[in-house]
Design a protein around this ligand. Structure first.
Ligand code: PMP
Length: 331
């Protein structure tokens, strides 16, 4: 029998969260600050989205919308889908994923390998009725015992980070955190962590670090969600609208990171520090370094190591792809 005195995690759910907080040595030494990354790539599904997936499924169970043998439908191209399939497999639910047809075949193959039914639909803007997220929502309504996870506007996503990521960061730093930053896709991570940390201390500064081709930098700076010129090769981050998850969050400032800086950061992390990170992590670390420079030596800045580089082999880690986008892999 397993009891509380043993140091054993209970199944997949028990293995989500409680990730290490890792000091990024080279960046910390260079800036004289502690640059710390929450190691979300160590979740069972390999990303920060496992937490959101678990909380959204649990919320639907609690309201009774999702009953044994039910189905979770979501519009996603990436990590949320992966997280949902892991959680749904563990709890006996089916997973149906709508994804736009501009996504890499590797991602679609991975979701199918994990056990999702994947429906690839034409890539059209959010305002179009045939947008993949809207199709997911409509399809869920036609099924019995099914829910649309709706990660952008379902605040169970934010709650995951308010109840787990935020408190973990506060405990792991013993309350000595000067600033937190990350990029925003749904906003669940930034909003949940920001809300928790600000409640502990109003002194903690929250920065939104945005890639190009997103409206959130302008939203923080001016209150208008106006798109900046893109595009960006980053995946899973940037948004043209302010989601329910992001709405009402106290954010002190925003930063903008061009793709070349992100590429330089991920290659540098790999070659000099040994870390293999994805593109959103590159954006986050660039943001953290900029904040360190702004605040000066002696501060502690926390960010998120969202996922690792293995899903980005054909893009971020493919010099030919980078060259086509006017980017170079240099360190
Ligand atoms: N990084 C990656 C790799 C992601 O998949 C996502 C989720 N879309 C994010 C960052 C952004 O997280 P959030 O949705 O909580 O804003």
């Amino acid at each position: 029998m397993i009891d509380d005195r043993m140091n054993i995690l209970s199944g997949l759910t028990g293995a989500i969260g409680n990730t290490p907080l890792i000091r990024i040595d080279s960046l910390s030494e260079e800036t004289g600050c502690n640059i710390l990354g929450k190691a979300e790539f160590m979740n069972p599904g390999g990303s920060v989205k496992d937490r959101a997936a678990l909380w959204m499924v649990q919320a639907a169970e609690q309201t009774g919308e999702l009953k044994p043998g039910g189905t979770v439908v979501e519009g996603t191209a990436g990590n949320t889908g992966i997280g949902l399939v892991h959680v749904c497999n563990d709890r006996g639910y089916n997973t149906i994923i709508y994804t736009p047809d501009n996504q890499s075949q590797e991602k679609i193959d991975l979701l199918r390998t994990l056990g999702a039914e994947v429906r690839v639909v034409p890539t059209v803007p959010y305002k179009d009725d045939m947008n993949f997220q809207k199709q997911a929502g409509r399809y869920a309504e036609t099924l019995d015992n099914a829910v649309w996870a709706n990660q952008f506007d379902n605040t169970a996503n934010r709650m995951a980070h308010y109840e787990s990521t935020g408190p973990e960061i506060w405990r792991q730093t013993d309350g000595r955190v000067d600033a937190f930053t990350c990029a925003v896709g749904t906003g669940g991570t930034l909003a949940g962590v920001a809300r928790y940390l600000k409640e502990q201390s109003a002194e903690v500064k929250i920065y939104l670090t945005d890639p190009l081709g997103s409206a959130l930098y302008n939203w923080v700076k001016t209150g208008e969600a106006e798109m900046t010129p893109g595009p960006s090769i980053t995946e899973g981050i940037g948004n043209s609208r302010v989601t329910e998850n992001l709405q009402g969050t106290s954010i002190d400032d925003a930063l903008q990171v061009p793709d070349q800086n992100m590429v330089d950061m991920v290659y540098r992390m790999l070659e000099k520090d040994g870390w293999f990170f994805g593109s959103s992590t590159g954006i986050n670390l660039c943001g953290a370094v900029e904040i360190a420079r702004e605040l000066g030596p002696g501060h502690t800045i926390v960010t998120v190591l969202c996922d690792d580089g293995s899903k980005y082999m054909s893009r971020l880690f493919n010099p030919k792809f980078l060259a086509e986008k006017g980017l170079t892999a240099r360190t």
